[in-house]
Design a protein around this ligand. Structure first.
Ligand code: ADP
Ligand code: MG
Length: 301
C-alpha cells in the first residue's frame, strides 16, 4: 500500500516509528505535512500571488497524527481523504469529537460510561452551582481544548477558582469544565493504548512532586502495568464509542472504580513504547492493513 502519515514533523518520534514500521512491512510510506495539505485544499489562506494546487498526495491509507493546535485543518484533510475512499486509522469526525473535551464527555456520559462529575460554566454566575454539582472544593478547572496538562488547574477555594475562570474567559475559553477532583488517585492515572479493539499496551503514570497532573510532558514517571478487566473493558468501550481504531485512553482510578478522563486520537508513542517495550507502530500498521482488507471485502461505503 501507499501509506500517508499526516504529520507536521518527519523527525518526530511517533512519525519516524510509523514510517519505519510501514516500510518494514513492505509499504511505501510518505509523510504528508498536514498544513501543506490543508493549504492545497484551500482551507488555509495562502500568501497572495501563489497558485492553488488542488492535489493531495495519492495514497491508499492514512495515519493522521494531528497536533492539537491544528485540529481543524487536520480534520479537513482527513475528511477529504475519506471522501476519496482512503482508509484511515481515525475518521475525521472521531478526531474532532475526541479533541473537544465537552463533546467527548457528553458522548461518554450519554453512553453511561463513568467519568468524574463534571459541570459546565460559561460565566462566573454559574460557578456556585457548578461547585455544588461536583461536591465542593477542591475542584479541577479545564479548558475544552487543552492538551499535555496545559489548561488543567486545581483550585482549592473560591478566590482561586474565580481568578482562574476570569483569566480563561478573558482569553476566549468558554465554556469551561469544572470537575470533581479525584484526590484518592494521588497523582496517578493510567494510559491504555487501544489498537483495533485490543489493548496492546498500558502504563501507570505518576505526577511529578508538587503536581497532580500525570502527563509525561509535565515530567510524570511511568511504569508498565497489566490493567484489570474493568479498566480494560472501559478503555475499549471508550475508544469504540469515539469510533477510534487507534486511541490513547486516559483513566483515573477512584473509590468508585476506574473513571474516564479523555480519549486521545493521536496518542504519542515514545513514552508508552519505551515504558512497555511494545512495538505499537507495527500494530498500528497491521491494523491499517486489516482496515484495507475489510474495505476490499465491502467496497461500498
Ligand atoms: P490533558 O488533555 O491536558 O492531558 P486531562 O484531562 O487528561 O487533560 O488531565 C491531565 C492530567 O490531570 C490527567 O492525566 C490527570 O493526571 C490529572 N487530572 C485530570 N482530571 C483530574 C481530576 N478530575 N482529578 C484528579 N486528577 C485529574
Ligand atoms: Mg490527558
Amino acid at each position: 500500500m501507499r501509506i500517508g502519515i499526516l504529520s507536521r514533523g518527519p523527525t518526530l518520534y511517533s512519525t519516524g516509528r510509523l514510517v519505519e514500521a510501514g516500510q518494514r512491512r513492505g509499504h511505501r510510506v510518505l509523510v504528508i505535512d498536514t498544513m501543506q495539505a490543508a493549504r492545497s485544499l484551500g482551507v488555509v489562506p495562502r500568501a497572495s500571488g501563489r497558485r492553488f494546487n488542488q492535489s493531495l498526495p495519492r495514497v491508499d491509507a492514512i495515519i493522521p497524527r494531528i497536533g492539537a493546535s491544528i485540529t481543524r485543518y487536520g480534520v479537513a484533510v482527513v475528511h477529504k481523504y475519506e471522501s476519496r475512499g482512503v482508509v484511515t486509522t481515525a475518521p475525521s469526525q472521531a478526531i474532532a469529537q475526541s479533541r473537544d473535551k465537552l463533546r467527548s464527555l457528553q458522548l461518554m456520559q450519554s453512553a453511561e460510561l463513568p467519568t468524574p462529575k463534571t459541570a459546565i460554566v460559561s460565566n462566573l454566575g454559574e460557578l456556585a452551582a457548578a461547585i455544588d454539582a461536583v461536591n465542593g472544593f477542591p475542584i479541577v478547572i479545564k479548558i475544552l481544548k487543552g492538551t499535555q496538562g496545559k489548561g488543567v488547574i486545581l483550585a482549592p477555594n473560591l478566590v482561586t477558582a474565580r481568578a482562574v475562570l476570569s483569566i480563561f474567559f478573558r482569553h476566549g475559553h468558554k465554556p469551561i469544565l469544572v470537575q470533581e477532583f479525584i484526590d484518592e488517585a494521588d497523582g496517578r492515572d493510567l494510559r491504555l493504548l487501544i489498537v483495533g479493539n485490543r489493548c496492546i499496551a498500558a502504563m501507570q503514570r505518576t505526577a511529578p512532586q508538587g503536581d497532580f497532573r500525570a502527563n509525561l510532558h509535565r515530567g510524570a514517571t511511568s511504569t508498565r502495568i497489566r490493567p484489570d478487566e474493568a479498566t480494560e473493558e472501559l478503555a475499549l468501550r471508550a475508544a469504540a464509542l469515539h469510533r477510534l481504531g487507534v486511541a490513547g485512553v486516559d483513566i483515573i482510578p477512584s473509590q468508585r472504580g476506574p473513571l474516564l478522563l479523555e480519549v486521545n486520537s493521536s496518542p504519542g508513542l515514545e513514552g508508552i513504547e519505551n515504558t512497555t517495550r511494545t512495538d505499537i507502530a507495527t500494530e498500528v500498521v497491521r491494523y491499517l492493513e486489516e482496515c484495507a482488507r475489510e474495505k476490499q471485502r465491502r467496497p461500498t461505503r
